[in-house]
Design a protein around this ligand. Structure first.
Ligand code: FES
Length: 641
């Protein structure tokens, strides 16, 4: 056994005793040290960099570390085996997902406004924000030597009279608290629970009145966002978000499924999402709203099919095995205690229903919140996350599909790509004459650039193309101070030199990155094109395009059209609708009718399997160009002479 000391850039350290021969990434995972590992440790992403401070390791050469960086001690955590005692520095950026993630989590006034408008529209569409949760304040006669009725019967009788029900169910936790609360409150108590036919399901008894709460949680592959709301008024009480703790087991669902199939993997992934991610968020929500966790009487989760399987600890293996039928589409009757969630143990956990292996509850919840089902005009809903999912239709029908756009929109597969955290360049323009860039960076004023997030990459490629710096094939065709080539002739555009960046490394976009991104945007456009063609339609039928997801917050629609990612239709038809999965989960948590409607939408939505659909591959190949091999599809895309 050897001691590995992980020192954090921001201070603090973690020590672990590990066996010789395991990698530093495995050692970090075992010690709960968060190191971002989008490729799950196969050495391809280059994001798990750590710096050796003392000791030596057994490592393999990698193109992700230059000879100078190697001499300074930089290594890939997944590419080094422990052979003795060692101390490594974990840079801030390696664990940035934990605390500094900028997400569509209602953290800005703009996000709250979008969210509130969606909710007003849902109500205007005839979905009442009503539910069966009730709170009653009761004063019971105290027991005496002559009145010997036990506490549970005393309370049940009073509740039946007050609510007009025939039966009261008291859960185990409630029963254990009952005698103490009744006596502490001098037999005046508040009872909270849910009506179910003629039965009142008691969920909590308390001395004083307190809000009845619901938690809505959007579990994304990369980020998790949640809100706490008052079940009776609908008021938002608190909001919180963080990175998904499973990220150290891989950036995408495929890597997570592989990991959960390894011995002990399912428990590891469930622990990472429940104990390390959702429960800390629930604790933060309760602390912020000043309510105890037992007042969370209902939870609603919107997540993709893999994420909801891993949350409940059910084998997600079938998701990626032909014929791609997961263990469940919907599952009712789950309780918070089944998942050890920080909430009232008897609280119901509602999972937004899945439609297929790659169109999950996040999309059904999002489609509900988008009100696509209430519009006569043809509407396209696009959710951009670690992949792309689409729903097209109107009040008569809906069709969904998923395309494997990969992690490029969240900075994966791009050499200087990063998620939308501090230091990410999120918007770019280029002066056509001088080729000099101007950009904005996420973070405090004075923040230096670290890398590029999805919206920054879209802007940069669009600008490089507009300025004639790259060709329609994504290759550099102009030379200058900002364009450099490596020994193999591969071009790159330098946004920030090493001495201008926060990491001491150049921030640049290479031809290889552009090629990866072109494939990602081609996957989105060809999915739109194929889905419409399958219905004998084309993009001219689109009256609304609703873009959802974390990446969308800063997306420049004009640039997305310019590179051929979104269809070339009038820009006013595009709207950004924020985190629609979270909005849908909130609606389902608060409104019984919204829950019913979302289930109805899921059962009526058809699913188009693109991977086997004739013509999809041809459409994809045709779209692997800026903006497209058929330029007539993008009349407003331009390259300045
Ligand atoms: S290169 Fe190490 S996790 Fe991707």
């Amino acid at each position: 056994m050897h001691e590995v000391i992980f020192q954090f850039e921001g201070g603090g350290e973690v020590r672990a005793e590990v066996q010789a021969g395991i990698t530093l990434l495995e050692a970090a995972r075992g010690a709960n040290v968060a190191i971002d590992a989008p490729c799950s440790g196969n050495g391809s992403c280059g994001k798990c960099r750590v710096k050796l401070l003392a000791g030596t390791v057994d490592d393999l050469p990698t193109a992700h570390i230059s000879p100078e960086e190697y001499a300074e001690g930089w290594r890939l955590a997944c590419g080094c085996k422990v052979t003795g005692g060692v101390t490594v520095l974990v840079p801030d950026i390696a664990s940035a997902y934990q605390s500094r993630m900028k997400t569509a989590d209602l953290s800005s006034g703009e996000e709250i406004a979008i969210f509130e408008k969606l909710m007003a529209d849902v109500a205007a569409a005839g979905i009442p924000f009503e539910n069966a949760f009730r709170s009653v304040r009761l004063t019971l006669p105290a027991p005496t030597l002559d009145d010997t009725m036990p506490d549970n019967e005393r309370l049940s009788r009073a509740l039946c009279a007050a609510l007009g029900v025939n039966e009261v169910e008291i859960p185990f936790d409630g029963m254990r608290r009952l005698s103490k609360v009744l006596r502490a409150g001098n037999f005046t108590v508040c009872a909270a629970g849910r009506l179910r036919g003629g039965v009142f399901e008691l969920l909590d008894v308390s001395e004083k009145e307190a809000p009845l709460c619901a938690a809505a949680i959007d579990i994304g592959t990369t980020t998790v966002s949640a809100v706490l709301a008052d079940l009776q008024s609908g008021k938002l009480l608190a909001k919180a978000s963080s990175g998904n703790g499973q990220i150290r087991f891989g950036a995408d669902v495929i890597n997570r499924i592989i990991e959960q199939g390894r011995p002990g993997g399912r428990d590891r992934l469930q622990k990472a999402i429940v104990d390390e991610t959702v429960n800390p968020i629930l604790q933060a929500l309760c602390a912020s709203a000043k309510v105890p966790p037992r007042r969370i009487l209902r939870l609603c989760v919107a997540s993709n099919t893999t994420m909801n399987h891993l949350l409940v600890g059910v084998d997600a293996g079938p998701v990626r095995m032909e014929p791609y039928i997961p263990s469940f589409f919907h599952w009712q009757g789950l309780k918070a205690r089944d998942l050890h969630l920080t909430a009232n143990g008897a609280a119901g956990v509602v999972l937004a229903p899945n439609i297929g292996s790659y169109v999950g509850g996040d999309i059904t919840a999002g489609a509900f919140a988008s009100l696509l089902w209430n519009r006569e005009e043809f509407t396209l809903f696009i959710d951009l996350g670690t992949n792309g999912e689409l729903v097209f239709g109107n009040s008569d029908f809906m069709m969904s599909c998923a395309c494997s756009a990969g992690p490029a929109f969240e900075g994966g597969d791009i050499s200087c790509g990063m998620r939308a955290t501090d230091g990410a360049i999120e918007a770019v323009t280029i002066d056509r004459e001088t080729m000099e860039p101007r950009f904005s960076i996420i973070g405090e004023p004075g923040q230096r650039p670290v890398g590029l997030c999805g919206s920054g990459i879209i802007d940069l490629i669009s600008e490089l193309y507009r300025c004639g710096i790259v060709s329609a094939k994504g290759q550099f065709v102009r030379e200058g101070a900002r364009v450099r080539r490596d020994a193999h002739g591969t071009g790159r555009y330098i946004l920030a030199r090493a001495d201008e960046s926060d990491t001491g490394r150049e921030v640049a976009l290479t031809e290889i990155d552009i090629e990866s991104f072109i494939r990602a945007k081609a996957a989105i456009f060809s999915a739109i094109d194929t889905m419409l063609k399958s219905l004998d339609m084309d993009v001219s039928v689109l009256e609304h395009v609703l873009v959802a997801g974390g990446i969308g917050s800063g997306i420049n629609m004009k640039n997305a059209v310019n590179i051929g990612m979104f269809p070339d239709i009038p820009l006013e038809k595009f709207s950004y609708i924020g985190n629609s999965s979270l909005a849908g989960a909130y609606a389902m948590a608060l409104s019984d009718e919204a829950e019913r409607k979302t289930y109805a939408l899921a059962s009526n939505m058809t699913y188009l399997e693109l991977s086997t659909y004739p013509g999809y591959m041809d459409a994809f190949v045709a779209a692997c160009f800026l903006p497209h091999t058929d330029a007539s599809l993008f009349p407003s895309s331009r390259q300045e002479a």
